[in-house]
Design a protein around this ligand. Structure first.
Ligand code: NAD
Length: 258
């Protein structure tokens, strides 16, 4: 079976949880990365059986989460963590939660993964129109919602199982017989590692209320998806995609205005 790491699961309301369930139903082993400040409540709710009903898979069994890793995807390595965060009680209570360390821990525990899901975003000023967004708020949105994917890919790609390139030869039949058949070759990457992130239509259309630089962050995420697919496809033989998801009443969405 495949092994999946889903970054951005802290309750049973969001996309990360739903994706984890679909992957579990398809037979994948599930590892999740949970934002450090939300870790205790998520783990205790899980243990107390609070999620048992929503953990139920189509065959009646319960989704098993093999391991929950604390994660803060705005920090790449311990040297990046400011003193006040290090000293914060919730952060000091866990360890190895920077992106690089989480990837190292997953490697130590399991060796490799097949699927990486980025289902996280944060925009501290999401409720403010972009015209009133501070530089810090804007950069924080990009850091948590866009660069976090670049960083995850950077550190997880080396432990993802590579796929193989396949040449597909298409014959394009012209309508008129006076044309010669045109042969088209395309290179596709099949099986092996797959990564995905979740975007939102506000990246390309005006969505009042999706402020604080979050629209910018999703545009960056989509642009990065193209570049990263090109780079990581060649370097690591893994696929990179993004899905523009519809509106869902998750915890994160509640912070967004009308
Ligand atoms: P969610 O609250 O379930 O997921 C967001 C998660 O990100 C939370 O678990 C939160 O703890 C985590 N997180 C925040 N900052 C983090 C950090 N620095 N490090 C690690 N984790 C962090 O909400 P959701 O709406 O399911 O969001 C998942 C993804 O789907 C996001 O990228 C979101 O933008 C996207 N999306 C959501 C909607 C929607 O309507 N809900 C629509 C389109 C796209």
């Amino acid at each position: 079976g495949k092994r999946a790491f889903i970054a951005g699961v802290a309750d049973d309301n969001g996309y990360g949880w739903a994706i984890a369930k679909s992957l579990a139903a398809a037979g994948a082993e599930i590892l999740v990365g949970t934002w450090v400040p939300a870790l205790n409540i998520f783990e205790s709710s899980l243990q107390r059986g609070k999620f048992d009903e929503s953990r139920t898979l189509p065959d009646g069994s319960l989704m098993e989460i093999t391991k929950v890793y604390p994660l803060d995807a705005v920090y790449d390595c311990p040297e990046d963590v400011p003193e006040d965060v290090k000293a914060n009680k919730r952060y000091a209570g866990s360890s190895n939660w920077t992106v690089k360390e989480v990837a190292e821990c997953v490697k130590q525990d399991f060796g490799s993964i097949d699927i990486l899901v980025h289902s996280l975003a944060n925009g501290p000023e999401v409720g403010k129109p972009i015209l009133e967004t501070s530089r810090n708020g804007y950069l924080a949105a990009i850091s948590a919602s866009s660069y976090s994917f670049v960083s995850l890919l950077k550190y997880f790609a080396p432990i993802m199982n590579p796929g193989t390139f396949l040449f597909l030869r298409h014959l394009l039949y012209p309508f008129s017989s006076s044309f010669k058949n045109i042969v088209k070759l395309s290179l596709v990457l099949i099986s092996g590692g797959a990564t995905i992130s979740l975007s939102f239509i506000a990246s390309e259309r005006i969505m009042p209320g999706y402020g604080g630089g979050m629209s910018t962050a999703k545009a960056a995420l989509e642009s990065d998806t193209r570049m990263l697919a090109f780079e990581a496809g060649r370097k690591h033989q893994i696929r990179v995609n993004s899905i523009s998801a519809g509106p869902l009443k998750s915890r994160a969405a509640k912070a967004i205005g009308s």
